[in-house]
Design a protein around this ligand. Structure first.
Ligand code: NAD
Length: 431
């Protein structure tokens, strides 16, 4: 059992804290947001993430997990200090590491003996060294410490599983002592361990996310060609995926990638490339294809509806993907905004993301109580997030509720044969 603190209790921090407790460690999760900490102390989880609530509840009860706003006390009581704060895009697309630097300063004044400072936030190359320098400069009295880059690869929706059963663990450090302690900390996890230098570890995170984003934009570009030439992108993706060099994953066309990571991390990598003197045209194209894909979805909806002005559009799904309530840079939110700007009367429903969407969309749209409420009097029904519950709707009932039986399925997750048989006009993507 090791003593850990986790600074920043968002998607990554809360999952990290709960999973470290699950591995048997003693954990204090810290956040500057007092309201959030108060909720968590009462086992109230501010985000929707499968398995997380039960894990937090269990370890609050077992005494292995605690929540606090007192970073100094938490750091002083810990052998490992995880940094899991947000690193949003700055005005030039780079990652704003202000929160990481702020936490580094607070760690510096709290040091009381040797600690391993573990950075899990996604940060530009050189940040591990920068954190090291800040702590060196600002600590009150000298104490030995190491800073390790340990990028996080969890996916929202399956975050607990991904943390406990990751494809790999990356540890970037020049300190044998820190590497040994980190290896021991993660002993309960069965995964390949890649030990490297901090700069390479920082690059691994950006290179991985940008590559996955590239796959998404690539298949979206292919889907646009498939539509034009009469091919079915699902068959094409299947045929490609059998080649083990390509694989089946991330070859699903749709409204483009979103979320708190891919768009932000692509922009940050572009910035890193620019600063290093490399013109990363390929990645610029990936972002451009992604933007265009959302515009293409709006054009598709407009085409089937005739015009958008005054038309009632029912929207199923707002989260950037299924099984999360996260709407940060969600393609669905951008598409809904574009539909409303073009004069459509939009009604929306998402199983988990309604509260977050209300802050974002305000009175631009109507918020329905469920999927059938969305369908009521709609001229077009648009599926934007691939939640399972949308696949199992009673489409006979949906058709009766709608003014016009038209469905635009931007995730290709409904069955066109069944829908057409019922009498729907069905539009998918790339087929
Ligand atoms: P988040 O916005 O959900 O949570 C960040 C938390 O940090 C917030 O609760 C905020 O109040 C807190 N915070 C900020 N500054 C603080 C400070 N000075 N002291 C204490 N708390 C502070 O962010 P997230 O989605 O968990 O992402 C965190 C980092 O992990 C980012 O760099 C992100 O790119 C990376 N990451 C995210 C994911 C993901 O799927 N969300 C996956 C892998 C990596």
């Amino acid at each position: 059992m090791r003593k850990c603190s986790v600074i920043g209790t968002g998607y990554v921090g809360l999952v990290t804290g709960a999973c470290l407790a699950e591995l048997g460690h003693q954990v204090i999760c810290v956040d500057k947001d007092e309201e959030k900490i108060e909720m968590l102390r009462n086992a109230c989880i501010p985000i929707y993430e499968a398995e997380l609530e039960s894990l937090v509840r269990n370890h609050l009860e077992s005494g292995k997990l605690d929540f606090s706003v007192d970073i100094v006390e938490a750091v002083r009581a810990s052998e490992f200090v995880f940094i899991t704060v947000d690193t949003p895009s700055d005005e030039e697309g780079g990652a704003d590491v202000g929160n990481v630097e702020e936490v580094a300063r607070q760690i510096a004044i709290s040091l009381n003996d040797y600690k391993v400072i573990v950075n899990k936030s996604t940060v530009p190359v050189g940040t591990t060294k920068r954190v090291e320098r800040i702590i060196e400069e600002e600590m009150n009295e000298y104490h030995e410490f190491d800073v390790v880059s340990n990028p996080e690869f969890l996916r929202e929706g399956t975050a607990v599983f991904d943390f406990l059963k990751p494809a790999r663990i990356v540890i970037g450090s020049d300190s044998q002592k820190a590497i040994m302690l980190m290896t021991e900390l993660y002993r309960g996890i069965d995964a390949p361990l890649l030990v490297t230098d901090p700069v390479s570890a920082e690059m691994i995170k950006y290179a991985s996310n940008a590559f996955l984003a590239t796959k998404v934009s690539y298949i979206n570009a292919i889907s646009n060609i498939c539509e034009a030439v009469g091919a079915d992108v699902r068959e094409v993706a299947l045929g490609m995926g059998y080649d083990s060099r390509i694989g089946f994953e991330f070859l699903k066309p749709g409204p483009g990638f979103g979320g708190s990571c891919f768009p932000k991390d692509c922009r940050a990598l572009l910035r890193i490339a620019k600063d290093s003197g490399y013109d990363f045209k390929l990645l610029e194209g990936v972002l451009e294809v992604n933007r265009e894909q959302q515009e293409k979805m709006v054009e598709k909806i407009e085409r089937v509806a005739g015009t958008l002005k005054g038309k009632k559009v029912g929207v199923l799904g707002l989260a950037f993907k299924a099984n999360t309530d996260d709407i940060r840079e969600s393609p669905a939110i951008r598409i809904v905004s574009m539909l409303a700007e073009r004069g459509a009367l939009v009604s929306v429903y998402d199983p988990r993301a309604m509260e977050n969407a209300k802050h974002e969309l305000g009175d631009m749209v109507m918020f329905a109580s469920d999927s059938y409420d969305v369908a009521k009097d709609a001229d077009v029904l648009v599926l934007l997030t691939e939640w399972d519950e949308f696949k199992w709707l009673d489409f006979l009932k949906v058709k009766e509720l709608m003014s016009n039986p038209i469905v635009v399925d931007t995730r290709n997750c409904l069955d066109p044969v069944v829908l057409r048989k019922i009498g729907f006009v069905y539009e998918g993507v790339g087929r």
